[in-house]
Each structure stands twice: as structure tokens, then as C-alpha cells.
Design a protein around this ligand. Structure first.
Ligand code: NDP
Length: 285
């Protein structure tokens, strides 16, 4: 039986530790505030933003909410970010992505002060990760390192294959595994022989955005499998529409070939917000 890596439990542990840290910092007179900016009323973004605000309330961080209309101009958004950059009472700034098409996301990310970039997307923080300097790290990959460590899975010397090379998941993930002394291979949509490559992985991390893409044929017996994918699916059962989440891994057939695996939901998903909170607390230190 594989070890089922419990992201819900581990993320709760992290949030509880942070809550204690925040209470201690408050005793020293240190407080934190996170500014959360949402443009437009995309329902999925609304859910994420709400969850972030709830997590802030839980650990004792003040959250400032900016809900801007869909037709907000790029300049208006940049002006708000600049104002928050200058505001000493704001430690962290988070702009919920995706932004409406008329706004250049890269420009917005680059405008956030690297010292307040709790998402870890600013090129300065990405550069720090590359050269092994301290800085904010993208939350989902940082959460995966915590999942592995807190589940007693050793990384050093292991062959890790990361499938996906996005700026927010795949690339920082590969760099973090390298920092932990894994031997890392990055695969993507142009990789030749993906199945054979994945079968060489001691730790396989999948972030491709394709439901149930990774089947048992991609797995080396006893490998650790981390599924980053999240897909919302609707199924009709007994005439009722049932909403279900699934990942990039075909869990039912893959799990039995692994030594440890993350489920979807309840694996990687809850870790992202926990690590965002961790980054917010870092701004107080
Ligand atoms: P992107 O779409 O930005 O990147 C997908 C990556 O997968 C690309 O590098 C792409 O390659 C690669 N890819 C696509 N198809 C294949 C294929 N057939 N074989 C090999 N590689 C392939 O996605 P994200 O990184 O943003 O997200 C990935 C998944 O993780 C999504 O399901 C997303 O919802 C989920 N996610 C979950 C989070 C969480 O909190 N749990 C947070 C963020 C994302 P190429 O570069 O060549 O196009």
C-alpha cells in the first residue's frame, strides 16, 4: 500500500505553526498586512481570493482587499501597486491571476516590489532562487518540498523528473529539487520519449494541466508521485450532476505502483495557501 501524502493535514500543521509565530511577533510589536488585489469577477479567482483572506484571518495577518472592476486600466492597476509598494504598513502584495486580457501580467508582476512579492513571481526573486540566495519562492513548488520533507521522503541523490516547465510551477520546482540535491530532469510538451523518461524517476512531479494524463506505464515501481494538476469535472450519476476534482495523474491505476503519492483533492492543492502564508510571515522577520 502506498503512503498517501496528506496535504490537508500538513498544510494545517504549517498554518498552526505560523499562527504561533505571528502571535509571538505581535508580542514584539510586529504586525503584517497582505494586500490582495482582484480585477474582474471571475468566480474561480473569487474562491481563491476568499480562501487566502480566510487563511490570513486564521493565522492573524490583516488582509486588505482591493476588488477592482473588469474594465480597470493597466495604468490604474500599476498605480495601485505602486501606492502599496510605498505603504510601509503593507508587507505583502498579491495580484490574483489571471488578469483580464487588456492588462499585461508580466508588467504588473515586475511592478510589485520584490520585497513584497509574496507569490515569488518577480524576476528578482526567481533569479535569487536560481543562484541559491534567500528570496520569496513560488508557493506551489515550495509547498511540494514541505510535503516531501514532512512525509519523511528523502530527496538528496534521487532522480527527480518534473513534467511541465511553467514559470510558476515546473521551473521553480526543478530549481528547488536541485537545491535539495536531487538530480533533476525537466520534461515538457516537446520531450521525446516522455514515458521512458518518467519511468526513470524516483520522484515524479507532474504539472502539465492534462486530466489523468500520467498512467501506470509512466511509473517506476516504488516511485514517489506528486500530482500538481487540478481539474474540475462534472459527472452525471443517477441523473444528478456531481462535481469532482481530478489531477494530471490517473490515480486509481498509478497509486498501487508507487511508494507514496499525493491525492487530488487533498494533496498539493492545500499547500499553496499555506506557503503563501509562510511567505507573508517571512516579511515580518
Ligand atoms: P501551464 O499550462 O502553464 O504549463 C503546462 C506545462 O506542461 C508546460 O510546460 C507544457 O509544455 C507541459 N505540457 C503540456 N502538455 C504536455 C505533454 N503532453 N507532455 C509533456 N509536457 C506537457 O500549467 P501550470 O504549470 O500553471 O499548471 C499545471 C497544472 O497544475 C494545471 O492543472 C494547474 O491547474 C495546476 N496547478 C495547481 C496548483 C495547486 O495549487 N495545486 C497551482 C498551480 C497550478 P510546454 O512548455 O512545452 O508548452
Amino acid at each position: 500500500m502506498p503512503q498517501i501524502i496528506d496535504g490537508k493535514k500538513i498544510s494545517q500543521e504549517i498554518k498552526d505553526e505560523l499562527k504561533e509565530k505571528v502571535a509571538a511577533l505581535k508580542q514584539e510589536g510586529k504586525e503584517a498586512a497582505l494586500a490582495v488585489i482582484q480585477v474582474g469577477d471571475d468566480p474561480a479567482s473569487g474562491v481563491y481570493v476568499n480562501n487566502k483572506k480566510k487563511a490570513c484571518a486564521y493565522i492573524g495577518i490583516r488582509s486588505l482587499s482591493y476588488e477592482l472592476p473588469e474594465d480597470t486600466t493597466e495604468q490604474e492597476l500599476l498605480d495601485l501597486v505602486e501606492t502599496l509598494n510605498r505603504d510601509d504598513s503593507v508587507n505583502g502584495i498579491l495580484v490574483q491571476l489571471p488578469l483580464p486580457e487588456h492588462i499585461d501580467e508580466d508588467k504588473v508582476i515586475r511592478t510589485i516590489s520584490p520585497q513584497k512579492d509574496v507569490d515569488g513571481f518577480h524576476p528578482e526573486n526567481v533569479g535569487r532562487l536560481v543562484i541559491g540566495e534567500k528570496g520569496f519562492v513560488s508557493c506551489t513548488p515550495a509547498g511540494i518540498i514541505q510535503l516531501l520533507k514532512r512525509s519523511g521522503i528523502s530527496i538528496e541523490g534521487k532522480h527527480c523528473v518534473v513534467v511541465g516547465r511553467s514559470n510558476i510551477v515546473g521551473k521553480p520546482m526543478a530549481l528547488l529539487m536541485l537545491r535539495e540535491n536531487a538530480t533533476v530532469t525537466i520534461a515538457h510538451s516537446k520531450t521525446v520519449g516522455l514515458k521512458e523518461l518518467c519511468r526513470q524517476a524516483d520522484i515524479l512531479i507532474v504539472a502539465i494541466g492534462k486530466p489523468r494524463f500520467i498512467t501506470a506505464e509512466y511509473i517506476k515501481e516504488g516511485a514517489v508521485v506528486i500530482d500538481v494538476g487540478i481539474h474540475r469535472e462534472e459527472k452525471i450519476i443517477d441523473g444528478k450532476t456531481v462535481k469532482k476534482l481530478c489531477g494530471d495523474v490517473k490515480y486509481d491505476e498509478v497509486a498501487e505502483h508507487t511508494s507514496a503519492i499525493t491525492p487530488v483533492p487533498g494533496g498539493v492543492g492545500p499547500m499553496t495557501i499555506a506557503m503563501l502564508m509562510n511567505n507573508c510571515v517571512e516579511t515580518m522577520l
